[in-house]
Design a protein around this ligand. Structure first.
Ligand code: TYM
Length: 329
């Protein structure tokens, strides 16, 4: 295991995992775990930077773990664990907080967006990308497979690594962002915004949604407003539906609908019906596995405990190196 290069990524347990998380992140993890040592985290300390219900947290964590495994992350190959079970993450985050200028954090797009929506902004929201840098750097990951919205945070991680190495001596390689083809899936109800759990139910399709719900959500997806333009550029909603079809590999229907679109003859209802059917088929196996896993939550918890032990071995080594360089031990 040690000889393989490490890639690291994570998802917040703040709701159901949706198609954006899947096509932007998880689907590439499944491929990458063949070649790299994958470390895939459930980042609960990131999830608590906004309001949440403590009573739901444990179920959400288990839900995300089941999502990872059911989607194809293999616990025999990859490490799956919960961030708060490896306290080295917050320890290194504190250290990194002392070397990053506040201005670098204040200019983060996600911080600005989230802060705008809140009456009072907690310090955790500002420091969020420092904890994320700590997640990545603790494992000296060389690659971080994420969606488009996390690119800025990975770039900041590179900056933090550089500042640390310059100040105290080389410890951290600078991780590269790894983007997939589906790195920015848009909301169904408001296709000018990215698909997100925060926007509400009608905006996303969860991997665990039932066939009936998938059909309903796709049927209501926004396409064009007004008459269909002939030959022109597709609206964001239509582009998004085409992209989903393409991501599932339905090139036959993509070609057919492209042709019809150019001729101004595309029936959105047909496109939606085929897309919904494709999605339902695509997710059937996943849904079955997920249900089985959730019936056996002991097994999932065991995977998480073992994952945390494995992760901690690496994390402890890096933290020791960091503290030595800093004169703390
Ligand atoms: P989170 O939980 O918001 O999202 C998890 C992953 O899903 C991707 N994603 C999308 N990709 C394509 N289209 C979308 N509409 C879409 N929405 C979300 C995200 O880019 C992400 O890859 N800060 C991170 C979690 C994190 C992390 C880390 C990631 C914490 N520490 C270390 C990588 C490495 C986040 O909030 O992701």
């Amino acid at each position: 295991m040690k000889s393989k290069k490490i890639i690291f990524s994570g998802i917040k347990p703040s709701g159901a995992i949706h198609l954006g998380n899947y096509f932007g992140a998880i689907r590439q993890w499944i491929e990458l775990q063949k070649e790299y040592q994958g470390i895939f985290c459930i980042v609960d300390y990131h999830a608590i930077t906004v309001d949440y219900n403590p009573k739901e947290m444990q179920a959400r964590i288990l839900g995300v773990a089941a999502d990872y495994i059911a989607a194809g992350i293999d616990p025999k190959k990859s490490i799956i664990f919960v961030q708060s079970q490896v306290p080295e993450h917050t320890e290194l985050a504190w250290i990194l907080n002392t070397i990053i200028p506040i201005g670098e954090l204040q200019r983060m797009t996600q911080y600005k967006e989230k802060a705008q929506k809140q009456q009072s902004v907690n310090a955790g929201l500002l420091n969020y990308p420092v904890l994320m840098a700590s997640d990545i750097l603790l494992y000296k990951a060389i690659g971080v497979p994420v969606g488009d919205d996390q690119v800025q945070h990975v770039e900041l991680t590179r900056t933090i690594a550089r500042i640390f190495n310059r100040k105290f001596g080389f410890v951290f390689p600078e991780p590269k962002v790894i983007l997939s083809r589906g790195s920015r899936i848009m909301s169904l109800a408001d296709p000018n915004k990215k698909m997100s759990k925060d926007l509400g139910e009608k905006h996303y399709i969860a991997l665990s949604d039932s066939p009936a719900i998938i059909k309903e959500k796709i049927a209501k997806a926004v396409t064009d407003v007004g008459p269909q333009p002939t030959g022109g550029k597709k609206s964001p909603g239509v582009t998004n539906l085409f992209e989903l079809l393409e991501l599932m590999g339905d090139s036959k229907n993509v070609e057919k609908f492209e042709r019809e679109y150019k001729q101004g003859k595309l029936h959105y209802q047909e496109l939606k019906e085929i897309l919904a059917d494709d999605l339902i088929k695509y997710l059937t196996e996943f849904r079955k596995k997920r249900e089985e896993l959730l019936k056996d939550s002991k097994k999932v918890k065991k995977i998480l405990e073992e994952g945390a032990k494995e992760a901690q071995k690496i994390a402890k080594e890096t933290l020791k190196e960091v503290k030595e360089k800093m004169g703390l031990i």
